[in-house]
Design a protein around this ligand. Sequence first.
Ligand code: FAD
Length: 395
Amino acid sequence: MEKFSTVIIGGGAAGIAAAISAKRRGQSVVICDRMPKLGKKILASGNGRCNLLNEKLDESFYNPSSRPLVRSIFEKFGKEEIKLLFKELGLQTYSEDGRIFPRTNQSSSVMKVLEMELARLSMPIELNFEVKSISHSRGLFTVAAKGGRSIECEKLVVAAGGRSYPALGSDGSCYKMVENLGHKIVEPVPAAVPLVLKERLCHVLQGQKIAASVKAIINQRTACEANGDLLFTNYGLSGTAILDVSEEISIAINRQKVRDVLLSVDMVPFMDKDALKLEISKRIKDRWKAEDLLAGVLPNKFHFAFEDKEIGSDAGKITDAVKSRIFKVVETKRWNEADFTAGGIDVKYVKPGTMESTVVKGLYFAREMIDVCGKRGGYNLAWAWASGFTAGQTT
Ligand SMILES: Cc1cc2nc3c(=O)[nH]c(=O)nc-3n(C[C@H](O)[C@H](O)[C@H](O)COP(=O)(O)OP(=O)(O)OC[C@H]3O[C@@H](n4cnc5c(N)ncnc54)[C@H](O)[C@@H]3O)c2cc1C
């Protein structure tokens, strides 16, 4: 059986960062990945541009239960250290509204500098190595793959990702293995995911994109709010505003089995309610046709927003139909359309400052395996670099 001091399961952002830091410290390291290529999710990230970090980086951009762990890692390896890591690898970056991208606007540039560093470090990489079991006895881990191969190590970093976009490699297959070693798994659910509604209006307006404010109302309480794009689709709603409230909604629907989940949508966030009502009242008084009452305020088809409610020429009701429209959320889209995973290894099982397991010595975790989910804007890759680099560094 082959033996390394450190085995990294998963060659995504977190696994590559872990491998680089472990190898730089002189450990014998191997990356094992089930895919024929490393970093497929990095290449797909940011619509091919890879939003790798954010200028404003702290724990407040992550789910509340994870914040002490996230803070402990960013204190050691935060925004400045991530910037320096990439600067030293030769990656030029720029910031757009705080979101940091490679100058080339191509995620392949991020992968290229990482691959060059792996080559400089003569990093052994086992591709098509699908881990099927992990066992631990007398201070040694045995990592066994489909096909019968096994590797032994003293230190194991599990960076096998979550469950989103399984075609890019991470399918959640390592959760059970980690659970069998004594860790609790918080049920993973899709996050940054479109929402499914049973609303004729979505079908009628499919393809229309507007700027909107959205509130998620779960069990009659406002759980979260977001501003951004709202995209009507044949199944429901998508767009950045929806993706930003989808984590709380997904946890409620998919994990907690809550059925009372509503969205309150303001389709005219640039006008207050009274101003819009007054404008519509004037138009009604001036005998504008019903289908023209929102002309110049919303795209032309949006008169369907009040026509289907048969609220005719009541300025107050028309205003409500577009400024505080209530939609019932039926379900979320599934893993193939979710950018992130919410859930994973319970943070209580991960030691702050090191990423080591609290129950198995020598076992480390990084990024999407753990119940840490960041906001959109570079926070998930930032956590991948930081948690991965720290996990690889600690011996
Ligand atoms: C379409 C899309 C766009 C995104 N854009 C951004 C963005 O712009 N900015 C941002 O911050 N975040 C973005 N994210 C999220 C971010 O990419 C992920 O959170 C991050 O890449 C996760 O890194 P990871 O290393 O934990 O997991 P992954 O990148 O998923 O890597 C895990 C690796 O483990 C391997 N693996 C899994 N199981 C096994 C096994 N049993 N045996 C061996 N290998 C295994 C997989 O093949 C994979 O290569 C995006 C996500 C998606 C899906």
